[in-house]
Ligand binder design. Structure first.
Ligand code: NAD
Ligand code: GLY
Length: 361
C-alpha cells in the first residue's frame, strides 16, 4: 500500500506519503528539493541502516551528511550548532534543504536547525520510528531541550514533505515499536471509535508488524494528526487533545527520571489514569476504560505504574507540567472511546483520590 495525504496549510502546505520502499525512490524526494544543496541529518544508529538509500536517491546533488550520537540527551542547542556549522561548510543558501532521517529526536532537532538557518530553509522529514511517523514528523513542532526542561526552545516550522517508509520499522527495537503503538491507540481513544475497534481486531497483526496493517494504522493516525494541525496549527485550542494521557505521563516520566519509562509507555499508563478519572467523575463509562487497558495490554504496553507513586507528588508534578499552582487543573479527559475533551477546573483532590487506589501516600 502506498498512500498520500495533503496537509493544506496554504503556502506552508505539504504532503505526507506513507508506504514501503519510499526511501529508495528518488522521484518524490528530488521533486521536493528546490536547490541542489542538501544536508542529511541522522544518528549513528539509523544512518548505517538507511542513509545509503537516501544518498543514492540524491546522487548528483551537493550533499553533506551529519551524524549525531544517538539519544534524547543530544537534542540540544550544541547539536543544533553542529548542524549550522555543517550548513556553513556546505555554503548553504536560502534554497538549501535539510533532510531529517531518524526518530523524533532527529526530526525535532533537524526542524529546529532548519527553522533558524538563514531564518528558515526547507526541511524534509524521513521518520524511521513509529512515534515519529504518526506524531512528531507531522505538524511542525520543532525544538531542543535545555537543562531546565524538555522542548523549551523551539519553533513551529512545517516540513516541505514527510516520507514515512514503513520498511524502516522492521529494525526498530521492540520496546520503541510498542511505545509508538501507544500514540496510535491515542488517536482511536480521542477521536475515532471505529479506528479503536479496528485496532482491537488487528492487535495481533500490529504486534507482528504486518506491513499492510501498519501502513493503514499510520495513515489513519496521520489523517487525524493532519486534520487537527490544519484546524489549530499553533495549539490555541483543540490541538491540546493530542495530549490525552500526557499530563499524567509526563509526571510518570519525571518520577522515573526519564530512564524508567519510554514516553509512549508513560502515555499508555497516563491514558488509563485519565480514563479512570473520567469514569470516577461520571464523565465516561467504566467499561470503556477497561477496553482501553485491554487493547494496550494486547499490544504489550503497560497500563499501571511500574512502582507505587505517592498521589500528591504526582499531582504536584502535573501542576508543574501545567505551570499552575491552582487547586484546579485543566486536563484532557474523555466521555468514552473516541470522545476526548478539554476539561477546565478539575479538582486536584479528585485527581489525588483517583490515583490513590493502589498507591502509597
Ligand atoms: P528517538 O528519536 O530517540 O528514537 C528511538 C530510538 O530508536 C533511538 O535509539 C533511535 O536511534 C532508534 N531508531 C530510530 N529509527 C530506527 C530504526 N528504523 N531502526 C532501528 N533503530 C531506530 O525517539 P522517538 O520516540 O522517535 O522520538 C522521541 C522524541 O520525539 C522526543 O524528543 C519527543 O520530545 C519528540 N516528540 C516530538 C513531537 C512533535 O510534535 N514534534 C511529538 C512527540 C514526540
Ligand atoms: N505531539 C503533540 C502535537 O503535535 O501537538
Amino acid at each position: 500500500m502506498s498512500a498520500e495525504l495533503e496537509v493544506p496549510l496554504g503556502e506552508r502546505g505539504y504532503r505526507v506519503r506513507i508506504g514501503q520502499g519510499l526511501l529508495a525512490d528518488p522521484d518524490p524526494l528530488r521533486a521536493a528539493i528546490r536547490g541542489r544543496q542538501v544536508l542529511l541529518l541522522s544518528n549513528t544508529t539509523v544512518a548505517p541502516l538507511y542513509a545509503a538509500r537516501v544518498e543514492t536517491a540524491l546522487t548528483g546533488m551537493q550533499l553533506r551528511t551529519v551524524l549525531l550520537e544517538d539519544g534524547e540527551r543530544h537534542k540540544t542547542v550544541e547539536s543544533a550548532a553542529r548542524i549550522w556549522q555543517a550548513l556553513a561548510e556546505l555554503g548553504a543558501q536560502r534554497n538549501a534543504t535539510l533532510l531529517a532521517l531518524g526518530g523524533g529526536v532527529i526530526g525535532d532537532l533537524g526542524g529546529f536547525a532548519a527553522a533558524c538557518w538563514m531564518r528558515g530553509i526547507d526541511f524534509i522529514q524521513l521518520p524511521t520510528t513509529l512515534l515519529a511517523m504518526v506524531d512528531s514528523s507531522v505538524g511542525g513542532k520543532t525544538g531542543v531541550n535545555l537543562p531546565q526542561g524538555k522542548n523549551l526552545v523551539g519553533a513551529f516550522w512545517q516540513p516541505r514533505l514527510v516520507l514515512a517508509d514503513i520498511d524502516t520499522l522492521a529494525t526498530l527495537p521492540a520496546r520503541e515499536y510498542r511505545a509508538g503503538l501507544a500514540e496510535v491507540v491515542k488517536y482511536g481513544a480521542i477521536f475515532d471509535a471505529a479506528f479503536f475497534d479496528w485496532l482491537e481486531r488487528h492487535a495481533d497483526a500490529l504486534s507482528a508488524r504486518a506491513p499492510e496493517t501498519l501502513a493503514q494504522a499510520v495513515l489513519r493516525s496521520c489523517r487525524h494528526k493532519t486534520a487537527v494541525v490544519v484546524r489549530d496549527e499553533r495549539e490555541n485550542g483543540e490541538r491540546a487533545l493530542l495530549n490525552f494521557g500526557h499530563t499524567f505521563g509526563h509526571a510518570l516520566e519525571t518520577l522515573g527520571d526519564y530512564s524508567l519509562l519510554l514516553h509512549g509507555e508513560a502515555v499508555a499508563i497516563g491514558m488509563c489514569m485519565a480514563a479512570q478519572l473520567s469514569a470516577e467523575l461520571g464523565l465516561a463509562p467504566t467499561a470503556d476504560g477497561a477496553r482501553l487497558r485491554e487493547l494496550l495490554r494486547a499490544l504489550g504496553l503497560p497500563t499501571t505504574r511500574p512502582s507505587p507513586v505517592a498521589p500528591r507528588r504526582m499531582v504536584e508534578l502535573m501542576r508543574l507540567d501545567k505551570k499552575t499552582l491552582s487547586d484546579r487543573l485543566r486536563l484532557i479527559l474523555w466521555r468514552g472511546i473516541g470522545r476526548a475533551e478539554i476539561f477546565d477546573g478539575i479538582d486536584a483532590e479528585a485527581v489525588v483520590a483517583s490515583l490513590a487506589d493502589d498507591a502509597i501516600d
